[in-house]
Design a binder for this molecule. Sequence first.
Ligand SMILES: Nc1ncnc2c1ncn2[C@@H]1O[C@H](COP(=O)(O)OP(=O)(O)OP(=O)(O)O)[C@@H](O)[C@H]1O
Length: 574
Amino acid sequence: MPTFAVFRSLLRLMADRTLGLRADVAASTMIEVLGIGLGVLGPYLLKLVVDSLSAGQVSPFPFLLLVAAFVLVWSGTNLTAAWKYVFTTRIINGLARRLIEGALTGHLPKIAREREADSGRLLGMLERLPFSLQLVVDGLMGRVAPLLIQIAVSLAVIATLAPPPYVVLMIVVLVGYYGATRLSARRFQAQAEATNRAAASVSQALGDVLRNARRVVFNGNVEGEIRLVAHEGRARQASAERLAWLLVHTAGAQYLVAGVGLFLLLGLAGLDAAHGAISVGDFVLLQAYAFRLALPLGGLGFILRQSGVAIANIGDVLALVGRESRSSPATIPTTAAAITIDGAGFRYGSQWVLRDVHAEIAPGSFVVVAGPNGAGKSTLARMIAGLLSPSEGRVRVDGVEMEAIDEAERYARVLYVPQFIGLFNRSLGDNALYPPTRHDEAALRALLEDWCFYEDGRPVDFGLAVGEQGERLSGGQVQKLELARLMGVRASAIILDETTSSLDAPAEARAIGALRARHAGVTTLVLVTHRLELARSADQVIFMRDGRLTAGRHAALLEIDAAYRAFCGGDAAA
Ligand SMILES: Nc1ncnc2c1ncn2[C@@H]1O[C@H](COP(=O)(O)OP(=O)(O)OP(=O)(O)O)[C@@H](O)[C@H]1O
């Protein structure tokens, strides 16, 4: 995102009434204006001190008054900088909060839908955001505007005190400085974006290793992974160094212009002062303003280097904000879904994994989707749930194509339970009662105890911290918890993508039996599974192989589909 677009978006957010930052922006601007005023006044008071000294006769009281005023103004200038920080901190926190909320609202649905979504990269991006805002809002926007004002005020003051050639000289120097900066700006921005991408790759690599700590450690590859992360780190470092060198070249050109200008200014002013054309005080004033301009311009170089990467980071986050709006609360469906799969197919990129499949799923029925690994079962399940749009044909729920329905409505109608149930690192109760379940704790506890949540019959502790991804629970317990939660969910259809894979056969039969009884007639249940115990009692089996499907009752499929017979193996006889 171009730098000015980033600035524009940030300014718009600062002015947004709902964000409540207007008062802080106004306060920080007023303090800045005060600081600039004092900053301009300081050198002028110093000139008066020097002039009164050069005049020879110094009366102590007015002189000390002048010195006191100078010291007060000097202290005030520094105090305003600290005072302003209180308000910029509020502005930065407000912006960070809004941007992080916006990015989560906009991007979470994408992460949920797409398997390739990369949460490590996003986490790094959001973690770097407050620091990036600090650099851009406080460092760049907070300094460039005052700097420009300061330049204008300094020029105006010099114009009133010094002969016109000095003003012309200063303008020429500033234009030259701007030109030297502008020349390398494009390369600088491209390199800053590359450095930001390299930083994101480090976040991604680190996130990946941390998430897979067990795989790394148990396979004895800590060294290998550290090397991999270090490799990404070196790439980031190399990119940051290239950025720093670009800045050195830019600074070289800038200071060549500024140095020549300063030499001419001080040289001419010194000679004029020596000849009495200007006073020594005027000379002091000129050099003070010249340095007042040169010092912040020099500091700007460092800010520019840091903020180039920061702007790229903020641009990335801004690009995620508002791509999807926060959905309005969905109406809770009251009838079971009828699902029609009509010539549907799906391809990932150019690779077709499903072609021209047809099936009808009756409302309120229990359907088992079975088939070998990679046959396309999850892909079909995700198409039914409206997470993937068919690449050909149509999938309709109650006669409506899912992509035509608002996202919140879509998920309220058809609830998809993914293959991997990642629990929150919260209490067992928080996970078990996670929305949209409407169960109460007592009912859920009774259910879990009935399903032998603990083999030894221990009471279920709802306050238990389950750990990251629920790792303090067994795989079967996680699935029992999820299935128990679903007992309290109201939806037109629930798609269980291998949600029973860790349960033993009796536990699976009991949990699915309970779900069927609970949702009888009001919810269509679709279970993706490799195990065929439940296929026998299902209202329909959808058997998938090589991206195609056959559908029917278990017994009928055994009759007509040799592949299904082979897939069932020993079960076929049963
Ligand atoms: N995001 C993706 N990008 C590219 N290919 C994908 C993606 N997701 C799945 N696939 C491919 O699509 C094919 C079908 O995958 P799918 O997960 O639907 O199969 P499945 O029948 O559910 O398999 P399993 O029983 O092993 O879970 C596989 O070859 C898989 O590699």
